[in-house]
Ligand binder design. Structure first.
Ligand SMILES: [Zn+2]
Length: 54
């Protein structure tokens, strides 16, 4: 599965992921996003990667 990269605003503390699809998605999960610019958090369910903006 290819990893989809999701950019998030620079002031984001937590990101939520539900897989992005009501049928093929997964239960909503939240991940803390490290504070460093460009920090990443990967979803354990669907492998989407959230990247903090700068
Ligand atoms: Zn996910």
């Amino acid at each position: 599965m290819e990893s989809e990269v999701i950019p998030v605003p620079p002031d984001t503390e937590y990101v939520s992921c539900d897989g992005g699809d009501p049928v093929l998605g997964h239960p909503v999960v939240w991940y803390p996003l490290p504070t460093a610019p460009g920090a990443k958090a990967a979803c354990w369910y669907c492998s989407r990667v959230f990247v903090r903006g700068t």
